[in-house]
Design a protein around this ligand. Structure first.
Ligand code: AMP
Ligand code: ZN
Ligand code: FE
Ligand code: FE
Length: 297
């Protein structure tokens, strides 16, 4: 069984529609795919319908931009009720932060003499509610300023570059509670990818495990084989579920094709059990919560 638990559609900064993404997942031989757009659940219903048509399983998820002790950390949340107030409020703050950042980023680029405006970014972003730097990058590519997203980040959009503007991210410890209250489970995305290793050493991960974290993304393109071996050992020692996934973004990210990393079936079974337990506990505490279960074939 091949399970890919981390992908992005055009509802955030991927390029496929949710339905096209699911069809591509089926064509790539996956048995289960999760849709985990940044900070939104917008693609879940069409992805779930496409999964039913394609005869593969679907797991509803999202990747929430968080902060822990001053570092940016991405949290995968599966099975949540995205309308449950504490979580919904945090997601709205993150989206508001994205919308405030966009004009500031555009101003910086214009000050550098680049002819770009908000409308150009919104045009390349299509239906995405979660506007991000990758969309600014696409607009820069479209305008012929840079050749690809990566070049746009390196020249303008990374921290320390002239058009970088920071934005709101959800406090991680608080978000673990919000996800649990919304009937879902939390998994740290690429904990040692892109330099976040300093914030998420063994001690920090052990604390997060005590606070309700369910798993770690062990296998991911931004983590070396050695990182993965150490993360797997850490997950095992802490009783955490170990997942692997592609972080597919369609044409938006090279080297992240669907299924390039997958989650071992026995680990996926543990994740499903944790999701069922979390949904039950949240509903027992608050009957109005409506968790979003995985649908398997
Ligand atoms: P944002 O959500 O606007 O802060 O942008 C973060 C997203 O940009 C990440 O989730 C990645 O998909 C992408 N990203 C971050 N750093 C880079 C980079 N150096 N090159 C290409 N894409 C990047
Ligand atoms: Zn992304
Ligand atoms: Fe991420
Ligand atoms: Fe991602």
């Amino acid at each position: 069984m091949r399970v890919d638990l981390h992908t992005h559609s055009h509802c955030s900064d991927g390029t496929d529609s949710p339905a096209a993404l699911v069809r591509a997942a089926a064509a790539a031989g996956l048995d289960v795919v999760a849709l985990t757009d940044h900070d939104v659940a917008d693609g879940w219903s069409s992805a779930a319908a496409a999964a039913a048509d394609a005869g593969i399983g679907f797991v509803p998820g999202m990747e929430v931009s968080c902060t822990m002790d001053g570092s940016g950390v991405h949290l995968l949340a599966y099975g949540v009720d995205p309308t449950h107030p504490p979580l919904a409020d945090e997601l709205q703050r993150v989206l508001d932060g994205r919308n405030r950042r966009l004009p500031a980023t555009v101003d910086r680029l214009r000050a550098l003499g680049i002819d770009i405006d908000e409308a150009a970014v919104r045009a390349v972003a299509g239906p995405a509610a979660a506007l991000g730097r990758p969309h600014v990058a696409d607009a820069l590519v479209q305008a012929g300023v840079v050749v690809d997203r990566r070049a746009a980040f390196v020249r303008y959009l990374m921290p320390g570059r002239p058009a970088y503007v920071s934005r709101y991210a959800a406090p991680l410890r608080q978000l673990l509670d919000a996800v649990a209250d919304a009937g879902g489970v939390s998994v740290l995305a690429h904990p040692w990818g892109r330099g976040s290793r300093t914030a998420l050493g063994a001690t920090a991960v052990a604390e997060l495990a005590r606070l309700g974290l369910t798993g770690l993304e062990v296998w991911h393109r931004d983590q070396s084989e050695r990182d993965s071996r150490e993360l797997y050992a850490l997950a095992r020692d802490l009783g955490q579920v170990a997942i692997g996934s592609s972080d597919y973004h369609g044409l938006g990210k090279v080297d992240h094709e669907l299924g390039c990393h997958t989650t071992p079936p026995e680990q996926f079974e543990r994740l499903l059990a944790a999701m069922a337990a979390a949904a039950g506990a949240a509903r027992a505490a608050e009957p109005s919560v409506q968790p979003s279960p995985a649908v398997l074939r």
